[in-house]
Every structure is written in structure tokens, then in C-alpha cells.
Design a protein around this ligand. Structure first.
Ligand code: SF4
Ligand code: SF4
Length: 477
């Protein structure tokens, strides 16, 4: 009597792409074509109880016993087949002593010159009441970054607001300081910002270009969509100004590809025409969509049936992406680009994002927040730029999330890609950032399946696409 064998369903997801079966190895987020023997082993084990001996007997007419036993050994190494009890993936408690912090987000001004209706950042102020970060606070934030995480080859500074260009003098001071400081350390420093574009001038664009500062523009599509929510303090739509500024920006700025970030709120699901306008008409290199499912103002959240439509429309645009990729072109659809990058690189996330681990946000007073979306919120801070990170607090927070996720996400096939979802979405929806975002899991799983099928089709017919279009992008981000 040998040990009985069983499939570890928790680690295995099968996807058929154009009639061909693929196995998605959940623990490592990797994909492979099983081949006949592996397919038959899995089919046989699913069909009834087997030991190694009886499995070899069942497959004896088709494969020699040593081939069956070799393939079974590989499946066991991958934890796709186990003897006896199923193996459960378990995340050990985190105990981070040295945080791999490489990114600080600086909230350089709490004010924004616009009054977008869906934006309710807790610390957002009208222009006259903006609280600006001082240079001393920004400098201490960079010194904290270096003290917490010395000897890294590369660091990132992200300028955020409000509108980051509304405190251009500080931004320039920080760039001058950081360029020299990091040069002396022989480390690379990378700057980036997200802007509403309205304050861009030719001089500012030339400055951003000269210092290789990455730019993303918040823009919601053609005027009919953009002007619904992205308005001035006086209530006027900003499309005409933003489109003019974007044209100027894209004609002068050559340092890096410029992306558009689209916020999809209630009533707006038309992904294709928004992408078409931003990519083809205005000429952005990439367009990324953020569907609002748990915004700070609930009335802007997409209705459940609209969210279903958004994902269906993302898949339609994804088909266009696929057609272009097979002709070796990219249509700059960031959401799919990112998913394919994760699948290609076998990304395995224990946590949903770098917030509180590789990245923190510093508010205008110098306090440490999980990320830019938490500045001004009720969530307790995690230290400050003078005393450093509150590591106990961060460890406690991250472990609470790991524990909740462990209970609710451990049988989910995309657990190592989603890892429970955005802390801020949970905070806005449930008032509890450690609770996973369990309100649209089926849509997310379906989206990942779609990504897997696009990935395999590109892999089969134009494998060079990944090195040409995905790898340079990851090196930049
Ligand atoms: S939040 Fe939902 S989709 Fe994400 S890992 Fe958990 S169960 Fe899966
Ligand atoms: S918590 Fe959410 S908003 Fe903040 S960095 Fe993570 S994914 Fe982004």
C-alpha cells in the first residue's frame, strides 16, 4: 500500500486558450502547457483515488512507469500533487526590521487649483488655504529614506498634492538637493509626479524634461466625460485647457513616455472611446483606468452593473491590445500591460502594493502615512521624518492584513496577484484598511483569466513582444 495521491486544487488553475489547455501555477504566478503526460496524470488523479503504483498501472498502456514517476515528482515539487493531506500555502508572520524603503511620496501642498467633484482627499484645501511642505521637512524625508534603507542602487521621489505643480519652488529645491545628495552616494534617484496639467507652462515642461521627471496626467477622456467632474473652483469644465496643455507637453517633453490616468465614476463605462481619444487623438503613450468602486464619496462609485460593464469593456479593449501585439505594436493600455508584466515576471505578492513597506507618503507636517491616499485621514500615522518609521506599528498593520487575507483569500486563484486588494479601497468602503476588498473578486478573477489567455496567445505567436514592450517598461517604473 502506498500513500494516496491527491491534486492540490488550491495551487492549480486550468485555463483553455483556443482549445489548448494551460496550467496556471498559483503559488508562483507562472503558466505552462502541461503536455499529454501531465494532463493524463491530473485527469487520472481527479478520476479516483490512486497511489503511485496504481497510477502507473492506469497509464501503463501509454507511458512507461519511470516517465509517470518522473512527471509526478515534478508535480509534487511544484506542490500540485501531494501525498495524503493537501498542502496549504501559509504566510509566516512578517517581522520586518529593516524596511526595504526606496520610495517616498511627498505631499508638497494640500491645495489643488481644481475642484474635481469626485475628489475628497481628507486634507485637500482650496488654493488659498493650502498647507505647503517646507524644504526642511522634504529634506528630512529624504534623509529618513536613506537612514532606513541605506546602500540601495536606486530611490524614487514622487511629488503629490493636491496639485504638485502648485508648489513648484519646493519641487525644484528638492530636485536640486536630491540630485547632489544621491550623486555623492552613487545611487540613482528617480522623480515622478501626477498632475492635472493646468499649471504646465513651456518653462515648467522644459525643466521637467531636463531633470527626467516622469509625468502622468489625470484626464478623464473627451470633453463630454472629462468636464463632468474635472472642473475649476468656479465650476467650469477644464477639458479645453487640459487638452491644450497636453498638446504643448507632448510636443516638448521627450524624457519619458507620458501616461494618462482616467478615473471612471458612476455613469462612465465607455473605455474604448476614452482610450481612443487619449491615445489616438491626444497622443498619450499609455492610458490607465481606475474604476471607482469605493471612493470617498459613495455617490460617485460605479453601480455594480456598471462595474460589470467596465470589466467587459476592458476585455474588449484587451482584444484590440492583443491584435496589435500580434502585429508587434502596443496600444498603451496600462491595466493590461501591468497584468501581462506580472504574469511574465511571475510576480508573487504577499501584500497588494508597496504601501508601508517599500513606499510611504509624507504629509506636509512630516508625518509618515501608508500611501498618498491616506494623508489627512483618520488612520494613525506610522512615525515621522525626525524620529523615523514606526516599525512596530507597520509590522502590526501588515500582519493584521496578512491574517485577514489568510482567512478569506487563501483558496483564491489570484491570491498572489491581488493579495487582498488596495488598503485605501477597504478603508473607504468598510472603514477598515486591513480587510480585503471582497466586493468584486469574481470580476478580478475573470480579468486575470483574460490576461492569462492574452498572454499565452502573444507567447505563442509573437514572444519577442514581451522583451520589446514589457521589460523596458518595468525597468523604468
Ligand atoms: S480580495 Fe478577492 S480577488 Fe483578491 S485575493 Fe482576496 S479573494 Fe482573491
Ligand atoms: S493602498 Fe491602494 S492607493 Fe495606496 S498604494 Fe496601495 S494600491 Fe495604491
Amino acid at each position: 500500500m502506498g500513500t494516496s495521491l491527491n491534486i492540490v486544487e488550491n495551487n492549480l488553475h486550468e485555463v483553455a486558450v483556443q482549445g489548448r489547455p494551460y496550467l496556471f501555477h498559483i503559488p508562483s504566478t507562472s503558466l505552462f502547457e502541461p503536455g499529454d503526460l501531465v494532463g493524463d496524470i491530473i485527469g487520472t488523479l481527479r478520476g479516483g483515488e490512486h497511489t503511485l503504483h496504481s497510477l502507473c498501472d492506469s497509464l501503463a498502456g501509454r507511458y512507461p512507469a519511470e516517465d509517470v514517476s518522473g512527471a509526478l515528482g515534478e508535480l509534487q515539487t511544484l506542490q500540485l500533487v501531494a501525498g495524503g493531506e493537501a498542502v496549504a500555502e501559509h504566510s509566516p508572520p512578517l517581522e520586518l526590521e529593516n524596511f526595504p524603503l526606496t520610495t517616498v511620496v511627498l505631499n508638497v501642498n494640500t491645495a489643488c487649483n481644481l475642484a474635481c467633484t469626485y475628489c475628497y482627499k481628507e486634507d485637500l484645501d482650496v488654493p488659498s488655504a493650502g498647507k505647503k511642505m517646507s524644504f526642511e521637512t522634504a529634506r528630512d524625508a529624504l534623509e529618513m529614506l536613506l537612514a532606513e534603507s541605506p546602500d540601495q542602487p536606486r530611490y524614487n521621489i514622487v511629488f503629490f498634492g493636491g496639485e504638485p505643480l502648485s508648489n513648484l519652488p519646493l519641487l525644484k529645491q528638492v530636485v536640486t538637493y536630491a540630485e547632489e545628495r544621491f550623486r555623492d552616494l552613487d545611487a540613482r534617484i528617480d522623480f515622478s509626479l501626477t498632475t492635472n496639467a493646468t499649471l504646465l507652462t513651456e518653462r515648467t515642461v522644459d525643466y521637467l524634461n531636463e531633470h527626467n521627471i516622469g509625468i502622468a496626467v489625470s484626464m478623464d477622456g473627451p470633453a463630454a466625460y472629462h468636464d463632468r467632474n474635472r472642473i475649476t473652483v468656479g465650476g467650469k469644465g477644464t477639458y479645453a485647457t487640459v487638452a491644450r496643455k497636453v498638446e504643448m507637453l507632448l510636443s516638448r517633453y521627450t524624457a519619458r513616455p507620458v501616461g494618462a490616468r482616467v478615473t471612471l465614476t458612476r455613469g462612465i463605462t465607455d473605455i474604448d472611446s476614452i482610450w481612443d481619444h487619449l491615445f489616438n487623438t491626444l497622443g498619450f503613450a499609455e492610458v490607465g483606468f481606475a474604476p471607482v468602486t469605493s471612493g470617498d464619496i459613495a455617490s460617485y462609485n460605479l453601480e455594480p452593473e456598471e462595474l460589470v460593464e467596465v470589466f467587459a469593456n476592458m476585455k474588449k479593449l484587451g482584444e484590440k491590445y492583443l491584435d496589435a501585439a500580434l502585429q508587434d505594436r502596443s496600444i498603451g493600455f496600462s491595466n493590461l500591460h501591468q497584468l501581462l508584466t506580472d504574469i511574465h515576471e511571475g510576480t508573487k505578492k504577499a501584500l497588494p502594493c508597496g504601501a508601508g513597506v517599500g513606499m510611504v507618503a509624507i504629509d506636509h507636517e512630516g508625518d509618515v502615512n501608508l500611501c498618498h491616499r491616506f494623508t489627512g485621514s483618520e488612520l494613525p500615522r506610522f512615525g515621522d521624518v525626525s524620529s523615523g518609521l514606526d516599525k512596530d506599528g507597520l509590522n502590526h498593520f501588515l500582519n493584521q492584513r496578512m491574517e485577514q487575507k489568510e482567512h478569506g483569500c487563501n483558496s483564491c486563484r489570484i491570491r498572489n496577484l491581488c493579495a487582498g486588494g488596495c488598503y485605501h479601497e477597504s478603508y473607504a468602503r468598510y472603514g477598515d484598511p486591513v480587510k480585503p476588498t471582497w466586493h468584486y473578486c469574481d470580476l478580478m478573477r475573470d480579468w486575470v483569466d483574460f490576461g492569462i489567455s492574452v498572454y499565452t496567445r502573444i507567447l505563442a505567436d509573437n514572444p519577442g513582444f514581451f522583451n520589446r514592450y514589457l521589460s523596458p517598461r518595468s525597468a523604468q517604473s
